[in-house]
Design a protein around this ligand. Structure first.
Ligand code: ATP
Length: 135
């Protein structure tokens, strides 16, 4: 068994994180949960939100995660998300544009607009901007 807890965050496009962590805190759909090495095995879906972890140097790291699933094993946490990026990689202009686009679609209430999709896009953009603006 590895000495520490290994964290992997994977999306269909890329591996975003692959490193040891002291603790991982993730936005579970039933509420935020923390995992330390030795945690009981469990599987949960995730909400759109922030995942944070402490790396082996003790620095706190933050990522945006667009839902997905977490598998927690005693020595490994695997996050599978539709999209995810580290806080430093969040492009504020892109998220602001996505927010404006989604808001226009929602307020236009046009028949050909997929409201659920626009609301989900708005939620992602707001979370990205909030995470980027915090800390
Ligand atoms: P957009 O409309 O700008 O594409 P989106 O919320 O629809 O936003 P996603 O489907 O969540 O985008 O992500 C697609 C890819 O783009 C992922 O790799 C994600 O990490 C990246 N991405 C999306 N928005 C941003 C952003 N503001 N900054 C950095 N990367 C982003």
């Amino acid at each position: 068994m590895a000495k520490e807890l290994f964290l992997e965050v994977v999306t269909p496009q890329k591996a975003v994180v692959s490193e040891e962590a002291q603790i991982v805190v993730a936005p579970g759909s039933e509420g935020e949960f923390g995992a330390l090495k030795g945690h009981t095995t469990f599987l949960t879906s995730l909400k759109v939100g922030t995942l944070r972890y402490k790396d082996m140097s003790g620095s706190e790291r933050f990522l945006f995660v667009n839902g997905g699933f977490a598998e927690v094993l005693p020595d490994k946490v695997t996050i599978l998300a539709e999209s995810a990026e580290r806080r430093q990689d969040i492009d504020v202009q892109r998220a602001t544009d996505a927010k404006t686009r989604a808001e226009k679609r929602i307020t236009a209430k046009a028949a050909d607009i997929d409201l659920v999709r626009a609301e989900a896009a708005l939620k992602r953009a707001i979370h990205r901007l909030t995470l980027k603006g915090s800390g």
